[in-house]
Design a protein. Structure first.
Length: 257
């Protein structure tokens, strides 16, 4: 089946302050994490995976997307057959679809460096801890927000991060194919207002310095086996790939909870 021509463009890394996620959205292969049956989404403090129980066309302008009312409902409980993964430092756990795989680059190390791949080999999200945050907002740019919801399980000092799916447009870009960047993930930044915002900073507060968990949407992605005809961010939002990625990212929580 052929894919329709892209209607939106992907931006440069300059629009996205989370360099750790630069590899998300590209095809890749990785070994699967070990798995074993379990009766609870909580897992032991080791880098293992366990089964969990059941439970429109867009443009880079200030369009209705930036003004659209975002979702405030948290993700639903993990469906039957999903697994849970706990980082090697025993600090964080998240749920993920049973057909997806985990590439744990630092098992047992202080901190986490985890990539999640779909069953067709696409890196859908990356988790990093021990991230140094504090990027400066040197310029603002047009922004679009397509989805957002709080993640109370990760609250620090009474402040909970939120999941967000958004975009930024670089007015100075000379290549239209690099003008706009779309990404989703967790952030502790307040929700922007108006028509302009600082560059995307998908970091959230987590000891000792910060963490990130998210990925990017690429309307030009042609990974074999991926969703078809998703050449706008609104259409992508309705795909199982996005819905599962959101649910997985929002399931992140302190291990044992």
């Amino acid at each position: 089946m052929s894919r329709t021509a892209p209607l939106v463009t992907v931006g440069s890394a300059a629009l996205f302050a989370v360099g750790l996620l630069a590899g998300c959205g590209s095809p890749g292969a990785a070994p699967a994490a070990s798995s074993a049956p379990a009766s609870s989404p909580a897992s032991s403090p080791s880098a293992t995976s366990t089964a969990t129980p059941a439970a429109p066309s867009a443009s880079a302008s200030q369009s209705a997307a930036s003004q659209a009312q975002a979702s405030t409902d948290p993700a639903a409980p993990a469906p039957a057959g999903w697994k849970s993964f706990t980082t090697g430092d025993g600090m964080l756990t998240f749920d993920y679809p049973e057909k997806w795989t985990i590439n744990d680059a630092a098992p047992g190390a202080g901190g986490a460096a985890v990539d999640v791949l779909t069953d067709y080999g696409k890196t859908i999200a990356s988790l990093r801890t021990g991230v140094v945050t504090g990027a400066e907002c040197t310029q603002k740019m047009p922004f679009m927000q397509y989805d957002t919801a709080p993640v109370p399980a990760l609250a620090q000092k009474g402040m909970a991060p939120r999941f967000v799916y958004e975009a930024r447009t670089d007015r100075t870009a000379t290549d239209p194919a690099k003008a706009t960047m779309f990404a989703y993930g967790l952030t502790s930044e307040p929700e922007p207002t108006g028509t302009e915002a600082c560059p995307m900073t998908h970091f959230f507060n987590w000891p000792p310095s910060g963490a990130s968990f998210g990925g990017v949407y690429d309307p030009f992605d042609t990974t074999p086996g991926g969703p078809m005809h998703v050449d706008s961010p609104e259409v992508y939002k309705d795909t199982p790939e996005y819905q599962w990625a959101k649910q997985m990212i929002m399931s992140l929580r302190p291990a044992g909870k």
